[in-house]
Design a protein around this ligand. Structure first.
Ligand code: K1U
Ligand code: ZN
Length: 171
């Protein structure tokens, strides 16, 4: 079992804007280890720190297809610096909104600047699933969920369902 639980809609922390990481400390390294564990356990292809209740701008991603060879990527203070005009549609899911999948349209390619675990500033040009996942995770850092990109009617239904379930669980 992972050391940290993933928070679920309608937890208000999911709407919080996360704070930039000023220094890469032992606490940040431990957070990254815990996030990777929670992401692989779920299983998922990405995770933002706020999904384990920590409002820091830290993202983990592994979009590799090979189950035997993990390919974890860590993005600290990621920022989208360029977006393609071309758009693509992907049926997204979210570990904080389990069992909900909806088509989301986003730029097909993005350039993201970020810091790595050594504190080095880097830049990555991403397309395909990595571009989709980076945009989904950076949205989390700004309190935005993938259901914000679908119709209000569908979103309201999903929020209602999860609010009811949370109330029932608290009884
Ligand atoms: O941020 C998250 O909630 C994680 C989310 C990332 C994501 C998925 C799809 C499109 C964009 C971003 C997930 O990982 S949901 C689970 C998932 O996609 C998956 C799980 C197991 C195998 C393959 C994919
Ligand atoms: Zn998500």
């Amino acid at each position: 079992m992972a050391r940290r639980d993933i928070i679920i809609l309608p937890d208000r922390r999911l709407r919080q804007k996360s704070e930039p990481v000023a220094r890469i400390t032992a606490d940040i390294r431990a957070l990254v280890e815990d996030m990777l564990e929670a992401m692989y356990d779920a299983p998922g292809i990405g995770l933002a720190a706020i999904q384990v209740g920590v409002a820091k701008r830290v993202v983990t991603i592994d979009v590799s297809k090979n189950d035997d060879e993990k390919c974890p990527q860590v993005f600290i203070n990621p920022e989208i610096v360029a977006r393609s005009a071309e758009m693509s549609v992907y049926e997204e899911g979210c570990l904080s909104i389990p069992d909900v999948h909806e088509d989301v349209e986003r730029p097909a390619a993005v350039t993201v600047s970020y810091r790595d675990l050594e504190g080095k500033t880097r830049s990555i040009e991403a397309d395909g699933l990595l571009a989709t996942c980076l945009q989904h995770e950076i949205d989390h850092l700004n309190g935005v969920l993938f259901i914000d990109h679908i119709s209000k009617l569908k979103r309201d239904r999903i929020v209602k369902k999860f609010t009811k379930a949370a109330k029932r669980a608290a009884e």
